[in-house]
Design a protein around this ligand. Sequence first.
Ligand SMILES: Cc1cc2nc3c(=O)[nH]c(=O)nc-3n(C[C@H](O)[C@H](O)[C@H](O)COP(=O)(O)OP(=O)(O)OC[C@H]3O[C@@H](n4cnc5c(N)ncnc54)[C@H](O)[C@@H]3O)c2cc1C
Length: 323
Amino acid sequence: MIATGSRPRVIPGFEFDGEKVLSSTDVLMLESLPKKIIILGAGAIGMEFAYILSSFGVEVHIAELLDRVLPMEDADVSDVVSRTFRRRKIKISTGVRAVNLEKTKNNIKVKLEAKDGTFTTDEACKIVVSAGRSPNTEGIGLENVGIKTEKGFIPVGDYYQTALQGIYAIGDVINTPLLAHVASKEAEIAAAHMAGRATIKQIEPSYIPSAVYCEPQVGSFGPTEEAATQAGIKFNKAVFNYKGAGKAVAIEEIDGFVKVLYAPDTKEILAAHVVGAEATEIIHEILLAKTAELLPEDVAEMIHAHPTLSEAAMEAMKIAEGR
Ligand SMILES: Cc1cc2nc3c(=O)[nH]c(=O)nc-3n(C[C@H](O)[C@H](O)[C@H](O)COP(=O)(O)OP(=O)(O)OC[C@H]3O[C@@H](n4cnc5c(N)ncnc54)[C@H](O)[C@@H]3O)c2cc1C
């Protein structure tokens, strides 16, 4: 089983030096806090570090090529997170491409190009480049056994077996979401198949939860509204705002919502996008409902303890039921 993982992607011109140009691994090794840091890339890792460093009092500027932070998440989720970050005085620039770096004696300057072709420059003690990951598939002898990678990833079929019988690949080296729980589940399936035990063939992508550990947290599974529309999937949505949940008011965490996408005819739960306190926990109740093929009415009818944040999931399901 090949499970050599991935490493931070290097962008030409922005090579890591471990001093001023940091990878996500380098940030974890910092022994003192910089006064200011610029983070390139507002995906999950970039946003988590922006939140952590700003909580420690570091001045943070996060810059993203696409037009919003957490571009893989629901657009309304991105709005809530960026609003909260701005309140924390984290500077956010979206729709900007980092085009150049200049190291000065103590600092580092980054030149950013906006979509309209205008340039701005910002300066900080360090920058973090969090612009994706590259699979570790070179130098492990794949060519000796005739396995050809696709965009660096190892192609696999059912049970995460490569084209060669008896050789499996799981986790960040294959083209599935680069998440720890995905790697673990893939490994379980591959190992079960190796041992001749009954198992599913592959993970179904719309059942994979994703979690972002900034504040507010993000938990989601299934397509975003944008992705569902692009794929021609018909859906209705039900949204319940945290401020309607007593627990959220009590703990002063009213920024957030539970959004559920469901099929207009069968009411099948298609996706959920949760932003706010404990979103990474709340998502599982809705995913369990989907996995057990329950309908919004089942969750709406189940008694939820009061006051809990989970009531927001129940209330969203009541909205889906037209209540
Ligand atoms: C900063 C950061 C935060 C993250 N946060 C989350 C999160 O909150 N939740 C989540 O689900 N995922 C998160 N991830 C992603 C998660 O870490 C990966 O998806 C997961 O670790 C992939 O598991 P893996 O087994 O494929 O690879 P890895 O966990 O990377 O393990 C690969 C191992 O193989 C070893 N190795 C490499 N080459 C060789 C070789 N030639 N021979 C032998 N051994 C080798 C490596 O040293 C490593 O120990 C995060 C990633 C980063 C970088």
